[in-house]
Design a protein around this ligand. Structure first.
Ligand code: APR
Length: 242
């Protein structure tokens, strides 16, 4: 229960690849944004899937296979604890992630996965989605069990596609009293615009990142460093104050 003297807080946290970097998941832009000589943006588009599905499938199957080799780190764990505590005390809490790796969910968070999830596949013909962590062979497509279509696609949002749950995200950010962007370079929209939107709506804004992100101007407080080291302390500070 919240101390009656403490006003209700509504915290929105947006995470990006930097949160999972300490779990060993490579970020997009730190390695030059290249994969086997392809720019990531060239592999992660509907046009690439239409033109060269084998290359796109291989890229995603390697990342899907890697899911089994990584685990949540102290930043994921601290955010899951923050959600449990905030909720128990009657505060608002929303976690939005751009990550497709599922580590927040495995740590126990209820995350809005705005760019989709690697652990699910989707049928481009009938729209059926299926949880699938088994079929990770980079050379074999997975057929749709619902309609028989020969080829499921990764259930992720590609460049040029519309991110998920934008209405819910917009509502949460506009009513936030506090907002934190963690481990995201602030270059991919609409996610990158949420920090400014939160500040415009009156929230106190925080950024945690190894390097200053592009949109740092919209942050009231910058906490430089590795997410796994900085986030647990920040969470403790918030929970002590709220
Ligand atoms: N702790 C905190 N921050 C880190 C760490 C770390 N251990 N390691 C890297 N970072 C920071 C980097 O300084 C960088 O600012 O995390 C950010 C990662 O940026 P990107 O690789 O651009 O990842 P992200 O912002 O999540 O990308 C957004 O772009 O490719 C698309 O759809 C994909 O969701 C992705 C989106």
């Amino acid at each position: 229960m919240r101390d009656p003297e403490t006003p209700r807080r509504a915290l929105v946290v947006l995470t990006g690849a930097g949160v999972s970097a300490d779990s060993g998941v490579p970020t997009f832009r730190d390695a030059g944004g290249l994969w086997e000589g392809h720019r990531v943006e060239e592999v992660a588009t509907p046009e690439a899937w239409a033109r060269d599905p084998r290359t796109v499938w291989r890229f995603y199957q390697l990342r899907r296979a890697a899911l089994a080799t990584v685990a949540p780190n102290p930043a994921h764990d601290a955010l899951a604890e923050l959600e449990r505590e905030m909720t128990a005390r009657g505060h608002g809490f929303t976690l939005i992630t751009q990550n497709v790796d599922d580590l927040h969910q495995r740590a126990g968070s209820t995350a809005i996965a705005m760019h989709g999830r690697l652990a699910t596949l989707a049928c481009e013909r009938c729209g059926a989605t299926t949880e699938d962590r088994e079929n990770v062979d980079p050379e074999r497509f997975v057929p749709c069990a619902a309609c028989g279509h020969a080829r499921l696609r990764p259930d992720v949002v590609w460049f040029g596609e519309v991110p998920r749950a934008l209405d819910a995200i917009d509502r949460a950010v506009r009513s936030a009293t506090h907002f934190a962007a963690i481990g995201t370079s602030g270059v991919v929209y609409p996610a990158a615009g949420l920090l400014s939107l939160a500040r415009f709506a009156g929230a106190e804004t925080h950024v945690v990142s190894l390097d200053a992100p592009e949109n740092l101007h919209a942050a009231d407080r910058f906490h430089p460093g590795r997410a796994a080291e900085v986030v647990p302390g920040l969470v403790r500070q918030w929970l002590d104050a709220w």
